[in-house]
Design a protein around this ligand. Structure first.
Ligand code: PLP
Length: 374
């Protein structure tokens, strides 16, 4: 049964399940007694390991409840900590960032500047980063197309204007090498369930200065940035998953990249008029296609009926696909955008998964094009 939606979530690694089970009985790491100290020691170890794997200091690692929450805390918090009102963002951010900056514009007077995006899926001009702003946001890799964005260049540009840079690295952590200090961003968001950790655990890396203003108020855990009792078992599971993901990332990039290349070649050879959405550089596990004239929901359902699990990649509310703001920002015509399909590969993907898709895709697209005509 090919599961080809690893960018949405990927199965938990056995090492993460083991770490979670081992530490599931830990109590409150804030407790000033033996069991609290034991929980705090497990948490400190997880924090140190994550910091060292991502090129950060332990104090810069904040555990959150999701990647969405990490993005919200950083973007809202940096905006509120600044006397400026200008915010720079790309229009292809995940809704966790995009809806946050839009809400800052509506409710807190943020003055938005948008980075332009080319038809190849990449931000094409970074000059908006040269004027000072409260915060600038640029995702490391796009969740729909997999297109890798010029975050190092963005960090260099904001260094001159003194603007804090937030990088949503949810699709990148555990796949490409990440060195927070070398990158020079102010904050960076990650999510454990994207690299084989538990769902419902995010990581925010936050430099000591400027520190985001607290978005959540409460007991002041996690440097006051994410109040709430920390889930120690999930933190330990996240560290275990990240350790394994980073250790195997070179091999995974090669092997998953080779499977993806075979998938892309097979699909393009089988389906007339098909194209790959973004130009390189693209994440090794991402294959995002446009099948002009096809109906996206029909594509997903027809694949599902053949045991192939995939998505269009655009944010999906209650199972209903909305049209993609990413494809719109790239200038993809509506007729093409309606026939989008995202196949994302991961460590459980096999050659026979790829072969099955290549065998079935022509008839699936043909039928989805009939559905697209009505
Ligand atoms: N940012 C990006 C780029 C994502 O792909 C996702 C999840 O799809 C998120 C943020 C949100 O992460 P989470 O599901 O942990 O809230």
């Amino acid at each position: 049964m090919p599961y080809l939606d690893h960018a949405a979530t990927t199965p938990m690694r056995q090492c993460a399940i083991d770490a979670w089970v081992e530490h599931s009985a830990e109590l409150n790491p804030g407790g000033q007694y033996g069991s609290g100290r034991r929980a705090a020691a497990v948490l400190a170890e997880a924090r140190e390991e994550i910091a060292s794997l991502l090129g950060a200091d332990p104090v810069e690692v904040i555990f959150t409840g999701s990647g969405t929450e990490a993005n919200n805390i950083a973007v809202r918090g940096l905006f509120r900590a600044s006397p400026l009102e200008r915010v720079v963002s790309s229009p292809i951010e995940h809704p966790a960032v995009l809806e946050t900056v839009k809400s800052l514009a509506v409710t807190e007077g943020a003055d938005m500047s948008w980075l332009p995006v080319g038809g190849d899926g990449h931000v094409s001009d970074l000059s908006a980063l040269e004027s000072p702003a409260a915060v600038a946001c640029l995702m490391w890799a796009n969740n729909e197309t997999g297109a890798i964005q010029p975050v190092a260049e963005a960090a260099a540009r904001v260094a001159e204007s003194g603007t804090p840079l937030h990088v949503d690295a949810v699709q990148v952590v555990g796949k490409l090498s990440v060195d927070f200090h070398a990158l020079g961003a102010t904050t960076l968001a990650a999510s454990a369930h994207k690299f084989g950790g538990p769902r419902g655990t995010g990581i925010l890396l936050a430099r000591r200065s400027p520190t985001p203003a607290a978005v959540l108020t409460g007991g002041g855990q996690e440097r006051g940035l994410r109040s709430g009792t920390v889930d120690v078992a999930s933190a330990a599971a996240t560290a275990a998953a990240l350790r394994e993901a980073v250790a195997e990332s070179d091999r995974a990039r090669r092997e998953i990249g080779a499977l993806r290349d075979a998938l892309v070649a097979g699909v393009l050879a089988s389906v007339p008029g098909a194209r790959v959405t973004s130009a390189e550089p693209v994440l090794p596990g991402h294959a995002h296609f446009l099948f002009p004239g096809a109906n996206g929901d029909a594509l997903i359902m027809l694949l599902d009926s053949r045991g192939i699990e995939a998505s269009t990649g655009s944010a999906c509310a209650a199972g209903v696909n909305r049209s993609s703001h990413v494809l719109e920002a790239m200038g993809v015509p509506q007729r093409e955008a309606a026939g989008a399909l995202r196949l994302t590969l991961g460590r459980t993907t096999t050659t026979s998964d790829v072969e099955l898709v290549v065998r079935e895709i022509a008839v699936v697209v043909e039928r989805a094009r009939v559905a697209g005509m009505v």
